[in-house]
Structure formats: C-alpha cells, structure tokens
Design a protein around this ligand. Sequence first.
Ligand code: UTP
Length: 302
Amino acid sequence: MTYARTRISKAVIPAAGLGTRFLPATKATPKEMLPVVDKPAIQYVVEEAVAANLSDVLMITGRNKRPLEDHFDRNYELESALTAKGDEARLARVQESSDLATMHYVRQGDPRGLGHAVLCAEPHVGDQPFAVLLGDDLIDPRDPLLGRMIEVQERHGGSVVALMEVDPSQIHLYGCAAIVPTAEEDVVRVTDLVEKPAPGEAPSAFAVIGRYVLDPSVFAVLSKTQPGRGGEIQLTDALRELAQEDGPDGPVHGVIFTGRRYDTGDRGDYLRAIVRLACERDDLGPDFRSWLRTYVREEMQD
Ligand code: UTP
C-alpha cells in the first residue's frame, strides 16, 4: 500500500553561529539581524520560506537570541506610538514581520556546527521532509529557488541541495559536490560531497549554498556524525553519507541555481547586497543611484 506524501510545510533556519567574520558588530547582535537596507537579513529569509508555502518556521538560535525573537514578535509600544501619529505606512512595516509565519525557537547551546544546529530541529520536525534555509544566506526574491527544490524532492524523494557554480579558485570556501547530470537541465544527482576542499581536491566547481530540502533520515546520520572540519559537526558530512549509500533514505539531488545570492555573513558580499538592493528600490533607488554614479566617477579619477 502506498501513502500519499504529506506536503512539506516546515522550515528550519539555523541562526546560532558566532558570526566571527563580522566582529565587533556581532559581539552582542546575531549577524542575521544586521540590516540589508532597512530590513534585517533574517526577515528576507523568513519571507522566502513563506513564499515557498512554508509557514511553520523553526529558528535555531544561540546566545544572542533576544533580538531575533523580538523582531518576529509584536511591539505594542511602537505600534501604539505610530497609531497615535497616524503613521500607517510605518505601522505596516512594523507589523509585517510579526504577521509573517508561525515562529518557533529552539536554542542550540554551544554552536557545534551547522549539522548540530539542524539536529536540534529533530523534536519539532519529526518524520517528515523539511527545508533548511541558512539565516545569513540571501536569495533574491525575484530568483525563486526553494519552490523548485521542494518540487524536485516531492518527485524523487530523498534530499535536495542547492548548488551554484563558482570560480574554481573560490571552491575551497564552500562544500563542494560531485555530480552527474539528469534529464532535467537544472537538476543533478549528487554522488559525493566534500566540505571546503583543499586546492586541487575539489570534484567540481559546484558549491553547496544555504538551501536544503532534507529527508528526516538525516537526523539519524547527524547523531552519529563526528566533528569534522574546524571541529564542527558538518551537515555536508551527513549528506555525503546519504549521497553515497544507495539505501532506502533516497538519493541526494542538486538543483543548480543561477540567480542572485548574497552571503550576508561575508563583509564584501554584505556590502554588495546593500548597494544592489538599495539601487533597485523605488523609494531609495533614484537618489542613491545618482549619488553612486558621482561617487564612482570621482573614484575612477583618483
Ligand atoms: P557559518 O559558518 O557561516 O556561521 O554558518 P558562523 O560560524 O556564524 O560564521 P563565522 O565564520 O564565524 O563568521 C552558516 C549558518 O549556520 C548557522 C549560522 O548562524 C549561519 O546561519 N550555524 C552555524 C548555527 O546555527 N550553528 C552553528 O553551530 C554554526
């Protein structure tokens, strides 16, 4: 007898990392709360989950969890001050984040790596496939990715990772996938994964980026996964095991992403995200672009 698969409805957002690349800004604030123009990075990520019909969001938080929880909660003081002023537009902006999704939180305790953060989601997720969105990885909303990954998972079962082709000189910064093509141009079968490969040891130039749709069997693998690179429990190591075994837990597929993506935990990418998104905004864009043009022209003259 076959059972209809339940539609994927849960998103897990790990946001408990130390954010050391962004110190001192991240000393008392999670890096996911850093603003990208006028919204914290994490709000873009929750909006992306909701856009893919995942309205049950579990955030994995760490020692500075308060700002994250507060951001997705009501702020009655601010709301009544804006109501009293009749400032409807800003009131709507304040209420946007608290009306987005059903938010849940679990604390990771010690940040023992992304794999460990995902393992903390097991009691909430249970035995259904689920999505993972890294809280510092921003995918441009005009280039939807997660919906396609969910659709691929629902057809093939198993797990699905997001892949992006990077310059081979940069692949040592990422998890890297060995892949074989499928009949669909943007879908590949992942046969092996290596976390931050040493120069010359990368099986391809396809980097794993921060979106996953995972089979719940990943939890059993993670609970046995030993600390790997950097002394951290790596999600890549657990997925490697699932990719290599041809077992009942299904294959690992990759969806190749060619859209716009920013790693907001990296200072350079963070700045690029702000400039690009600000330029494209209807309200800020015209003035900002004109200032930027003048600034760049002056810089070129030096
Ligand atoms: P990163 O490796 O980018 O996070 O993890 P980090 O350790 O905070 O960054 P740096 O290198 O020190 O600046 C990717 C994602 O996984 C989460 C992070 O919050 C980020 O969203 N993460 C990482 C956890 O939730 N827990 C961990 O133990 C590690």
